[in-house]
Write a protein that binds this ligand. Structure first.
Ligand code: FAD
Length: 272
């Protein structure tokens, strides 16, 4: 499949990226790792007139300790996250989950910013970021603003990003005491999650159980009131609206959510 014609422009700074995007107007899109956007363009499900390549903005590729939180630049690749010593010691959930994304080729090109901005409900990192209570920093022509992860994902492949705004940094608070777990159910190791479950302390989030990543609030309430993993996980599908597709019916996804959340809560206890 061949994409529709488009203009390609490579930005060499954040300011230039914002300026090129503003010039391109509604027809402009940022290109990071290209692992989600280019397949859509080849299928002509995305038809941008201008691609603003941000892939070489090295200033947005970092993982650093900022005291009360860890700051991750949006251009950090999944492989960067998986290999980061800081994340492996202080935020092991994120390092581990990033290491489960796709295959090595995907992990070396795909970026955390691209994954969050793309907002595929079957993606792993959006649910992880939700469970971690991260804050997303976005920068546009009129400056920067912060958006809580809970407000960022607004619908299927939709976010709170305005046209021309770039996701620049993800700020993740140091987790409260408590263990963590990431459970991903796939047919093959490299596949997207049919369903996924994320636990960090008392926070529980779900992958592919609705049009956005979801907090499993009923499970969180049950855990807070002292329920054990199996009893709490019985509520995993409450309030969700899982899709039905060739991989699974909605009912099977609801069953998977209960099983995976029970496993995740039990595993998290062993790491507390
Ligand atoms: P791009 O494709 O470059 O961009 C995606 C979208 O985000 C575009 O709309 C773009 O304009 C926008 N964008 C990118 N960066 C920014 C930014 N900083 N600010 C604002 N907008 C931005 N993901 C999983 O979670 N789990 C998997 O198991 C998985 N398996 C995969 C398997 C394959 C074979 C492939 C091709 C992809 C897979 N992915 C998976 C997706 C992968 O993680 C992508 O890399 C990621 O979703 C998008 O990141 P990217 O940097 O490639 O973004």
């Amino acid at each position: 499949m061949i994409p529709a014609p488009f203009t390609y422009q490579r930005a060499s700074s954040l300011d230039e990226a914002l300026e090129l995007a503003a010039q391109g107007g509604d027809g402009a899109k940022f290109l990071a790792g290209g692992h989600s956007l280019l397949p859509l363009m080849k299928l002509r499900l995305a038809v941008p007139e201008t691609l603003v390549d941000i892939g070489r903005l090295g200033d947005l590729r970092y993982i650093r300790d900022d005291g009360s939180h860890i700051a991750v630049g949006a251009l950090s690749t999944h492989a960067d996250l998986a290999a980061s010593g800081l994340l492996r010691s202080d935020l092991p959930l994120l390092a581990h989950a990033a290491g489960q994304v796709g295959d090595p080729q995907v992990r070396h090109r795909g970026t955390i910013g691209g994954s969050l901005a793309h907002a595929d409900p079957a993606a792993d990192l959006p649910a992880v970021i939700l469970a971690l209570g991260a804050t997303l920093v976005v920068t546009g022509p009129s400056g920067s603003r912060e958006i809580g992860a809970g407000e960022f994902f607004t619908g299927l492949f939709e976010t709170a990003l305005q046209p021309g705004e770039l996701l620049t940094e993800i700020r993740i608070p140091r987790p409260q005491p408590g263990g963590w777990s990431f459970q991903k159910f796939t047919k093959r190791a490299i596949d997207w999650a049919i369903v996924g479950a994320v636990v960090q302390g008392g926070s529980v989030a779900l992958v592919n159980m609705g049009s956005t990543p979801l907090r499993a609030s009923a499970v969180e309430r049950a855990v807070a009131s002292g329920a054990g993993p199996r009893d709490a996980a019985a509520h995993a599908a409450d309030g969700s609206s899982p899709p039905a597709d060739l991989n699974a019916s909605s009912g099977y996804r609801e069953h998977l959510a209960r099983v995976l959340v029970a496993r995740a809560l039990a595993e998290a206890r062993t790491r507390a």
